[in-house]
Design a protein. Structure first.
Length: 157
């Protein structure tokens, strides 16, 4: 004879934990300690990359504006395009300072053959302040040379 216990008694012997909020607490911890910082890091990285790209574009534009400031007397004497060093630097700095919403530190250096522009800027980070890194310092440099006529791709001025 096989003795069987009723199913209800067997079920009572199995230890079950009825904690309905356990999954909610685990999901909250996962979101708060893992997912939110990763999302914040991604947002800050995108902010830094886009701000750096914008600063590079501004530095390139300032260098091009500066390279258009020719000195007629030196150009005639040398028989090639030559820059007016005083006007080159002031034109490049004016270009960067007139850009709305951007505060930059500018250093333009020029001689008669080329201009070098260095633009610097600090970017405020949103999520970085939680890790003690509230801003990022960005630097972009650009150079330009004056050209006569149309320059070829394989032979720049």
């Amino acid at each position: 004879m096989i003795w069987r216990r009723p199913l209800s008694e067997t079920a009572r012997d199995v230890r079950t934990h009825h904690e309905p909020g356990q999954a909610l607490v685990m999901a909250g911890l996962l979101f708060g300690l893992v997912l939110l910082p990763v999302i914040g890091l991604g947002v800050d990285a995108e902010l830094i990359f886009s701000a750096h790209r914008r600063l590079e574009v501004l530095a390139d534009g300032a260098a091009r504006v500066g390279a258009m400031q020719l000195d007629p007397a030196t150009t005639y004497a040398r028989q090639r395009a030559s820059l007016d060093t005083l006007q080159v630097e002031s034109a490049a700095e004016a270009y960067l300072h007139q850009t709305a919403g951007v505060t930059v530190t500018v250093r333009a250096q020029a001689d008669v053959d080329h201009i070098q522009v260095r633009a610097e800027r600090d970017v405020e980070l949103g999520f970085g302040q939680f890790w003690g890194h509230s801003h990022q310092h960005l630097v972009a440099t650009a150079a330009a040379v004056p050209c006569e006529g149309v320059a070829e791709a394989n032979n720049p001025c």
